[in-house]
Design a protein around this ligand. Structure first.
Ligand code: UDP
Length: 403
């Protein structure tokens, strides 16, 4: 049986649960539709997999559809994703056409007569132009929009301007040149999902064994898609410096998202960079998709690193904090919303390899400090970044949209 809202009582308390039921009352019999472009891989799919069943549980009929794209489409939208976060793109007419075409194809076999449509990220943005608009449409953007490629942004505005509201993950992403209402909703994790629920040491050991990860040395772990913005190569540089001071092992765990065609290319680069350290298991690369493995890795690590150059929000940081782990992470995107430097982790400049290494060594050499940081981190997440808070924010938003 699926989870229901009451299952979260023990974690968030009765008041939060009761308030959500009260908010849901205003939305009975409403049909809501979420659309994104992958069921698996990445934070968006992760959140929808937990949020959608819970919305249904509290009485709101909520669907989730996936925009089907071919490899060309995903190659282009990956380029869009890179360029929206500050990268370069050759924005040809062909790319624009293929992007719109996949949306057009989808619209011919997908009916939309819901009371509200929520579009996630740029892949399905054009859909709004392909239907007669009879309900509020929300664009939920999970990316870092602080420095988008100008021409691409201008092209996408053709669609964004039609939306009733744009939801972003941080105040920093508000765009002055976008006259659409912009609201902030922080992402969240599901404390009961297989990735985040409590698991005992027996299960942890079993999963680490299954993936041949020894526990003889402290583990430093980054859980992230093999993506240039997550800087896996930079992590290796940090690790090399740490290893000069403390004997430890690095695990880079990155699944391959269906809508991310660059993954294997980056993986190969990382593998080359790690070189001989792979053979003696000083560095381990894992590409399997396995939530309990991620859970086990986060729980068994001495330090979690997140060395992103850009980051929409950084759910991997949230997940680690929830598990009471000390985190050394870049001061980018949504990460400073979660970590207060020196309190519940360390915030560093993404290109400061030496400082990253120093902080990690400090954590490894000070277990009491590490534990205290972890304890504080868990409370920050309990208060601000759990699924129940996300659900509550969505209910407020939907109410406003449908008044
Ligand atoms: N993730 C995973 N397996 C992996 C790598 C990532 O399950 O091998 C999950 C990770 O635990 C997190 C999500 O994918 O829940 C990544 O979200 P985040 O916001 O950190 O980054 P995004 O991939 O959305 O840029």
């Amino acid at each position: 049986m699926g989870r229901s809202l009451e299952d979260y009582r023990g974690i968030v308390g009765d008041e939060v649960i009761s308030l959500i039921y009260r908010k849901a009352r205003r939305l009975y019999r409403k049909h809501i539709l979420h659309i994104n472009s992958t069921y698996q891989g990445g934070g968006v799919a992760e959140m929808l997999a937990s949020l959608v069943p819970l919305m249904n549980d509290i009485g709101i009929d909520t669907g989730w559809r996936i925009l089907h794209g071919n490899p060309d489409f995903f190659t282009i939208t990956k380029k869009f994703y890179n360029a929206l976060q500050g990268g370069q793109i050759n924005l040809s007419e062909m790319k624009k056409q293929l992007y719109i075409q996949a949306n057009e194809d989808f619209s011919t076999y997908t009916h939309v007569d819901h009371d509200c449509v929520i579009i996630h990220d740029p892949q399905p943005l054009p859909l709004i132009k392909l239907y007669r608009k009879r309900q509020p449409w929300i664009w939920r953007c999970h990316m870092d929009l602080s420095n988008p490629h100008e021409r691409l942004w201008d092209f996408l505005k053709n669609f964004i301007l039609r939306y009733d509201v744009a939801i972003i993950s941080s105040e920093k992403y508000k765009r002055k040149d976008l006259p659409v209402e912009q609201r902030i909703i922080y992402p969240a994790i599901d404390p009961l999902s297989s990735k985040n629920k409590e698991i005992d040491d027996e299960v942890i050991s079993k999963y680490l064994k299954k993936f041949s990860i020894p526990r003889d040395k402290p583990l430093i772990t980054q859980i992230s898609r093999f993506d240039k913005w997550k800087d896996p190569e930079g992590v290796i540089e940090v690790f090399k410096l740490v290893k000069e001071k403390v004997d430890c092992r690095l695990v880079l765990c990155g699944n391959m998202a269906m809508d991310d065609p660059e993954g294997w290319m980056i993986y190969e680069k990382v593998k080359r960079k790690a070189g001989r350290m792979i053979e003696n298991k000083d560095i381990m690369l894992i590409t399997s998709e396995n939530n309990i493995l991620v859970n086990a890795l986060q729980r068994s690590s001495a330090v979690i690193i997140q060395k992103s150059i850009r980051e929409g929000f950084g759910l991997t940081v949230t997940e680690a904090l929830w598990k009471g782990k000390p985190v050394a992470a870049s001061n980018v995107g949504g990460i400073p919303l979660q970590i207060k430097d020196g309190e519940n982790g360390f915030l560093l400049e993404p290109d400061d390899t030496k400082e990253f290494a120093d902080r990690i060594v400090r954590i490894l050499q000070n277990p009491d400090m590490a534990e205290e940081m972890g304890r504080k981190g868990r409370e920050v997440v309990r208060k601000n970044f759990l699924l129940t808070r996300l659900l509550s924010d969505y209910l407020d938003l939907l109410k406003d949209m449908m008044e």
